[in-house]
Design a protein around this ligand. Structure first.
Ligand code: SF4
Ligand code: SF4
Length: 391
């Protein structure tokens, strides 16, 4: 994994350096079951979505002078730039150019991995972190993402490792009712010849309009939540047995905070440490809030990267008992409210379940640190690298 790069708050509440997602294109070369395929279903919008103004004129492809971007980034002494889409590698031409030209030392990318072979090794090897979407084994990944996807992505990942890619490779899973979370995480973690450094997962809980079509509540109660409890136990067993803290982000970031007694803001950093540059140069708080112009905080041509307004999590999260653990989970969901009260309770119960499992494991983790089996430093990690943390 690359060196740890933390953001700090100054006394003026400005971040010393910032994370930016750069949206290169809205196009994608896959049509995953939980993502674009939903756009073709006739689903109801949530109340929050209906109240939104979406900029329908946002260009599909990046459409501004790259020198304006560089001038903006130059004002930050150490920005991190994460390429995002759509599928960012559809614009490998832009990635290559920006990596060569931009005044940025740290690059990251969130990709489906299909086109990773488009970039030359000297460009790929400049990245500190690449998040690759995979949902577990071949069967599950291909069922969600398309036939042949698993083999193609794994071949590309092995190839970039063989060509010397030194950075972090995060397996980023989307978890649905088809997933056995414990089985999927173990599948990716337990194969020693796999190229991954770390694992993150996100529950597909954006069920505006399709909740009635899904068995989410039963799955969350009977399979997902017990799977998380099992995985927390397995994670600590591994520490004890191997003296190693596995980089499973939903546990790593949260456990580090529990160990030092730190309260967390929104763990993905959106709206205060992590911002997203739209294809027209406008700056929004989150890479998913594309075209949500009410929430834009500036434009690369006139804003200072370290003086952007914050976009806080509010609403239902404001008075939540476990807010300091959860951080608010997701600003986008907090605004679009894709759930009724009952559905929100189920999602928030998954957070409560995660917290209970980790708090329960805390004494054992402390004991392993006290005995020197693992070090407290082993929990330190890159923040705001695209992992949402709270699944
Ligand atoms: S548990 Fe739910 S209500 Fe509480 S902070 Fe998290 S998302 Fe908000
Ligand atoms: S967790 Fe929510 S707010 Fe954060 S990056 Fe993802 S969609 Fe955006």
């Amino acid at each position: 994994m690359g060196s740890v790069h933390l953001s700090y708050l100054t006394s003026h509440h400005e971040w010393v350096f910032m994370y930016f997602h750069l949206i290169l294109t809205d196009n994608c070369n896959l049509c995953c079951r939980y993502c674009r395929a939903k756009a073709f279903q006739d689903l109801d919008e949530s109340e929050g979505e209906r109240a939104l103004t979406i900029d329908e004129n946002l260009p599909v492809e990046l459409d501004f002078d790259l020198n304006t971007l560089y001038a903006f980034l130059e004002k930050d002494p150490s920005p991190t730039l994460t390429f995002y889409g759509g599928e960012p590698l559809l614009r490998s031409d832009l990635i290559e150019r920006i990596v060569r030209e931009a005044p940025v030392k740290r690059f990251m990318m969130q990709t489906n991995g299909i086109l990773l072979d488009r970039l030359p090794a000297d460009i790929i090897n400049r990245f500190t972190t690449i998040l690759v979407s995979l949902d577990g084994n071949r069967e599950l990944t291909d069922a969600n993402r398309g036939s042949g996807v698993y083999d193609r992505v794994m071949a590309n990942l092995r190839s970039i490792r063989a060509k010397g890619y030194p950075g972090e490779l995060v397996a980023r899973m989307t978890v649905t009712e088809s997933s056995d979370i414990a089985g999927a995480v173990h599948y990716l973690a337990d194969n020693p010849d796999f190229p991954f450094s770390s694992i993150h997962w996100q529950v597909d809980a954006n069920f505006a309009g399709d909740y009635a079509l899904r068995g989410f509540a039963d799955w969350a109660r009977d399979r997902y939540n017990p799977g998380i409890r099992q995985l927390v136990g397995d994670w600590v067993d591994h520490m004890e047995r191997e003296g190693e803290v596995l980089k499973w982000y939903p546990f790593l970031d949260t456990m580090e905070d529990l160990l030092v007694g730190r309260e967390s803001r929104l763990r993905c950093g959106s709206g205060y440490a992590n911002y997203s540059i739209m294809t027209d140069g406008n700056i929004g708080p989150c890479p998913v809030m594309i075209g949500m112009s009410q929430y834009y905080v500036g434009h690369i041509s006139r804003s200072h990267p370290l003086k952007l307004s914050e976009v806080p999590v509010g609403g239902d999260c404001t008075d939540c008992r476990i807010r300091s653990f959860c951080g608010g989970r997701c600003l986008y969901s907090n605004i679009t409210r894709p759930w009724g009260t009952a559905e929100r309770r189920i999602v928030c119960d998954t957070v409560e379940n995660l917290r209970t499992a980790l708090v329960g494991a805390l004494p054992r983790v402390r004991e392993l640190i006290d005995k020197g089996t693992v070090t407290a430093e082993s929990f330190s990690h890159e923040k705001y690298n695209g992992c949402e943390i709270i699944p």
